[in-house]
Design a protein around this ligand. Sequence first.
Ligand SMILES: O=C(CO)[C@@H](O)[C@H](O)COP(=O)(O)O
Ligand SMILES: [Fe+2]
Length: 222
Amino acid sequence: MEVYIMQIAPSILSADFGNLAEAVRVVDHAGASRIHIDVMDGLFVPNLSFGPQIVEVLRKVTDMPLEVHLMVQNPENWVEPFAEAGADVIMVHVESTPHIHRALTLINQSSAKSGVVINPGTPVSAIDMVLPIVQQVLVMTVDPGFSGQHFIPENLAKIDELVTIRDRNANLNFDIEVDGGVNAERIEAVARYGADIAVAGSAVYDGGDAAANLKHLKELIR
Ligand SMILES: O=C(CO)[C@@H](O)[C@H](O)COP(=O)(O)O
Ligand SMILES: [Fe+2]
């Protein structure tokens, strides 16, 4: 079996909203590397989820990095509230603003690291210009809005493309993350293509035993 160095970021969108603190503690003890927090405004995506208060609460529960995946219109308005709440990484969709450079610059001026996100229908070329100013690139492998959707395999090629671009440019220094439908069936391919981080929501939290689910996913990429 190949050995991969890929982190797993459980997404709390699939966790029990009645007990988010415990959901984070469980995966912390089971070897998660970071926590993925999906923020939805009901406009950019057809769902509503968390605000900065959730980040503030979870900041007290774990020392793991908290990464915020903003799926909102006017993401610029939310940089400061989430950075002040304790987010370590704030990620913005290129499709969500005509001012992606401004949004990422705002994040870089805050205490958080910045990430840019592309939907399944968006090519890597759409983010060429901002790659030098981000620390993370998030490749969506589902259309954003919900957990538990099917992985869109055509997007794996984007990981390869990003690895190649990064290898050829000494000034680029971003981690590649994959989000959506990553489960026991898909995780090895995501690691093999060269992703640095994989988000896993339902594959971790569905079925009750999040610690066992996470350990199983980690085993598959060891
Ligand atoms: O951003 C999103 C969905 O919009 C994701 O982070 C999902 O929450 C991941 O859940 P699974 O697809 O792994 O169940
Ligand atoms: Fe996400």
